[in-house]
Design a protein around this ligand. Sequence first.
Ligand SMILES: Nc1ncnc2c1ncn2[C@@H]1O[C@H](COP(=O)(O)OP(=O)(O)OP(=O)(O)O)[C@@H](O)[C@H]1O
Ligand SMILES: [Mg+2]
Length: 313
Amino acid sequence: MLRIEKLYKKYNRKENALDGLDLLVDKGELYGFVGPNGAGKTTTLRIITGLLKADSGEIWLDGQRTTKDMKLQKSMIGYVPDFFGMYENLTVMEYLEFFAASYGIYQKAGTVRSYEVLELVNLRGVEDVFVDEMSRGMQQRLCLARALLNRPRLLVLDEPSSGLDPRTRKEFQLLLQQLQKEGYTILISSHILSELSDMCTSIGIINQGKMVLQGKIDHIMLSIDSSNPVRITVLNKVEQAVRLLRANPLVDRISVEENKIAAWFSGSREEEAALLRNLVEAGILVSAFAREQNSLESLFFHLTDAAKEGENV
Ligand SMILES: Nc1ncnc2c1ncn2[C@@H]1O[C@H](COP(=O)(O)OP(=O)(O)OP(=O)(O)O)[C@@H](O)[C@H]1O
Ligand SMILES: [Mg+2]
């Protein structure tokens, strides 16, 4: 759906804001674009949406090369920017109809489409409310509704959760997941990794204008998980359990402390479950069996710090 190759962008400063960035988003994905402040997320998203020009690099959208065609980019993308403008004395309906008209959807068609997008973002009955009197969470939904007006092939959101309380944030996440299930391809940026990791299908980590890691979230989690041991507590037959684990080709090494076993294991989640079944079927009483997870955050710190150290050398 979206392919970016070797994107470079320099503002009027010494170093590149984007330094050869590659990025790949497949159709139907909810792609999380993560990186520390100043990494280049907003710059990338503004280039993708055609609001900013890159110095060099290539962009393809749905098979079409859009690098030099900002108009095409704008027509294919719905963009939710990081700042919501001020709209005094404008009701929700006036606001949406105004933007619908800017996409060439006029009058009756504009009104109909406005109702449709309000429905899509679960905002109903607010047509006559003034935009600047809405809560931040509702404004965020409205902004999303606006981005959906022209039925974009790709939805791009820049840190949409900043300034939202946890509940509103969660609701917004669910809304994005719902849109993804309906077939939208979504690219969303954040500097909070944990916020994206439980809703995205893929993530890309950017640091100092470069992609340092990207891929399907399941693959990434698995590769991280496999560096953690499976921690097993057994209530009987410790030696038999150890023998059984050693015999498993996916177990790399084991450490045992009384009835607690740590097994470094390179299998998938399913293979992990099968390992547990083997133990239980051998008559071993297993009272705990778990692999430490959620070290995505530490991977993020590692990747973004390592690059920083590299620069100082
Ligand atoms: N208009 C501008 N003029 C000059 N430098 C800029 C401009 N916009 C961004 N930069 C610089 O480019 C780099 C990338 O900024 P960008 O806003 O893309 O980062 P970001 O990942 O979106 O950060 P944040 O998480 O803070 O939103 C930063 O070093 C920033 O200072
Ligand atoms: Mg930004």
